[in-house]
Design a protein around this ligand. Structure first.
Ligand SMILES: NC(=O)c1ccc[n+]([C@@H]2O[C@H](COP(=O)([O-])OP(=O)(O)OC[C@H]3O[C@@H](n4cnc5c(N)ncnc54)[C@H](O)[C@@H]3O)[C@@H](O)[C@H]2O)c1
Length: 439
C-alpha cells in the first residue's frame, strides 16, 4: 500500500502540469435530461420538485425497490410529465440508468453509494448531483475531485441549507460587510432521530443510517451546519479549512431511548456513536469554526448557524437574532434588516419556492438554481471542492476522536487554487429563462 505522502505526491504530479482551472462552466443546454437514483424519503421529493421546472426532462428513475420506483413514476404522471424509463431490483442496476443519454444524474441513495455513483456518472459523461454527504472517507473525497478534474464534469453536493432564507440573508449581509471581518462561526446538525433511525420498516431502507451510526464515532453529518458557514468564510475561495480537532461525548441518549421503546438489543450496543460530537476547525485566514452533531438527544432541532465578526454577529437557532453591538436587534430592527438584506435569490424565487415546498422552499431554490446554472453554462454555487472539503469533516472527525482528539490536517482539495479562486458572489436567476410549470 502506498503511504499518504507518496499518494499526495503522485496526485500533485498528475495534476500540476495540467494546471486545472477551478471547475466552472459547461456548455449551455436546451433541455436538461435527468436520471434520479434513490427514490426513498428524500428522492421522491426531488421528483416532485424537478418536475416543476419546465426545461427538466426526468427520463429515468431508479431504486433498489420496485415500489419506490412505482411511487415516483406516479408523482411524475400526476405532474403531467412523460413516463420515465425505470430501473430497480439490484444494487448495481443504477449503472444502466447512467448509460442512458442524460445530462445529470441526481442521487438520493444511502451514503455509501454517493461517491461510487457520482464517479461512475462523471466517467460516463454526465454531471452528478448528490445528496449529503457526498463522501464518507478522505479517499472518496479525492476520488470525486480527481474524477471531476479529469472529466470536466460537475459534481455538486446538494447542500440545501445554503439556500434557506435566513442563511441566504446572512450571506448577503456578510458580503455587504455588515459583520465586519469574520472571526468565528458555529454550525450543527442537532436533530432527534432515534425513532426513524431504529425503525425497521418505513424508515431508512435496510436501516442504513442505524448501521452508519453504529460503526462510526464522530460528526457523521457535517454539511448542513457547515455549508452556509463555509460560503460566508470563502472556504476554497480565498480561505480553507486547515486542521481540526474533535471529541465525542459518551453514548447514553440512544440507549435510554431504546430501553424506553422496548428495543433491548439496541439498548445494549457497545460501539454506537457518542451522543454529541463537537469538532473545532481552524481556517487558513484565522477563523475558528465549531460544528456539532447529535441525532440522539431529545432536544429541539438546531443548525446553530452563528457567525461573528468585528462589527457584530448573527445566529439562527433557537430563533433568528442579529446583534450589531451589546444588545440583540429588536423585532422591528430584524424586519428592517430582512427587508434590506434579503438575498436576490429568495426575493426572486422565494414565493414560488414556498409553494413548491421542500423544507419550506429551500430545496426548490437549490434545484432550480442547479438546473438554471447547467442550462445557462454557469459555474455551480457548490462545486466538487466544496463537496470534498465539507464532507471530509466526517472521516477526519472520526480519526480525531479515535486518537484522543488529535489535531488532524484537512487536505487542500483545491491543490492551492483556493488562494486565487474568486468568492461566491451574490447570485440571482432570471425566471423568464427557466419557467416553473404546473403551479
Ligand atoms: N438534504 C436534506 O435535507 C436531506 C434530508 C434527508 C435525507 N437526505 C439524504 O438523502 C439521502 C437519502 O436519504 P433518505 O432519507 O431518502 O433515505 P431512504 O432510505 O428513505 O432512501 C434511500 C433510497 O435509496 C434506495 N437505494 C439503496 N441502495 C440503492 C442502490 N444501490 N441503487 C438504487 N437505489 C438504492 C433505497 O431503496 C431507498 O429507497 C441520504 O444521503 C440522506 O443523507 C438529505
Amino acid at each position: 500500500m502506498m503511504n499518504a505522502t507518496r499518494t499526495d505526491f503522485l496526485r500533485a504530479a498528475a495534476f500540476s502540469a495540467a494546471a486545472f482551472p477551478m471547475l466552472g462552466n459547461a456548455k449551455p443546454v436546451g433541455k436538461i435530461r435527468v436520471g434520479i437514483v434513490g427514490l426513498g424519503m428524500r428522492g421522491k421529493g426531488a421528483v416532485k420538485r424537478l418536475s416543476k421546472i419546465q426545461d427538466v426532462e426526468i427520463v429515468a428513475l431508479c431504486d433498489l425497490r420496485e415500489e419506490m420506483v412505482s411511487r415516483a413514476a406516479k408523482i411524475l404522471a400526476d405532474a403531467g410529465r412523460s413516463a420515465a424509463q425505470t430501473f430497480f431490483g439490484t444494487e448495481e442496476v443504477w449503472k444502466d440508468l447512467v448509460a442512458l443519454d442524460l445530462d445529470l444524474v441526481y442521487i438520493a441513495a444511502p451514503w455509501r453509494w454517493h461517491t461510487p455513483m457520482c464517479v461512475h456518472a462523471m466517467k460516463n459523461g454526465k454531471h452528478a448531483a448528490t445528496e449529503v454527504p457526498s463522501a464518507t472517507s478522505v479517499d472518496e473525497c479525492w476520488e470525486l475531485v480527481d474524477t471531476a478534474e479529469k472529466t470536466g464534469k460537475h459534481c455538486m453536493q446538494l447542500e440545501n441549507c445554503c439556500y434557506d432564507f435566513f442563511e441566504l440573508q446572512t450571506l448577503n449581509m456578510v458580503r455587504q460587510g455588515v459583520f465586519g471581518e469574520l472571526t468565528h462561526a458555529e454550525g450543527a446538525y442537532i436533530h432527534t432521530l432515534c425513532g426513524l433511525i431504529a425503525k425497521e420498516d418505513g424508515g431508512y431502507q435496510g436501516q442504513w443510517r442505524f448501521h452508519q451510526n453504529n460503526t462510526k464515532n464522530g460528526n457523521l453529518y457535517p454539511t448542513h451546519g457547515l455549508g452556509p458557514i463555509a460560503q460566508c468564510l470563502n472556504i476554497n475561495r480565498g480561505n480553507r479549512f486547515e486542521h481540526l480537532v474533535s471529541m465525542s461525548s459518551q453514548q447514553a441518549a440512544f440507549t435510554a431511548w431504546a430501553a424506553e421503546n422496548n428495543k433491548p438489543e439496541m439498548a445494549a450496543l457497545e460501539n454506537y456513536r457518542g451522543d454529541m460530537n463537537t469538532t473545532l476547525i481552524k481556517c487558513a485566514k484565522g477563523q475558528t469554526v465549531m460544528v456539532q452533531h447529535d441525532v440522539s438527544t431529545p432536544r429541539p432541532y438546531s443548525r446553530i448557524h452563528l457567525l461573528q465578526g468585528t462589527k457584530g454577529m448573527v445566529r439562527k437557532y433557537p430563533e433568528p437574532r442579529i446583534a450589531l453591538g451589546h444588545k440583540w436587534q429588536s423585532d422591528e430592527q430584524m424586519k428592517e434588516l430582512a427587508a434590506k438584506y434579503e438575498h436576490p435569490l429568495s426575493r426572486t424565487m422565494g414565493a414560488i419556492a414556498k409553494k413548491v415546498g421542500g423544507h419550506g422552499g429551500m430545496d426548490f431554490i437549490m434545484d432550480y438554481r442547479l438546473i438554471y446554472c447547467l442550462k445557462n453554462g454557469l459555474p455551480l454555487d457548490q462545486d466538487v471542492y466544496d463537496a470534498a472539503a465539507w464532507s471530509s469533516v466526517m472521516p477526519l472527525s472520526i480519526k480525531s476522536v479515535a486518537k484522543d482528539s488529535d489535531r488532524i490536517k484537512v487536505p487542500d482539495f483545491t491543490r492551492g487554487k483556493w488562494k486565487t479562486n474568486a468568492s461566491l458572489g451574490i447570485v440571482d436567476v432570471d425566471p423568464a429563462k427557466l419557467p416553473v410549470v404546473g403551479m
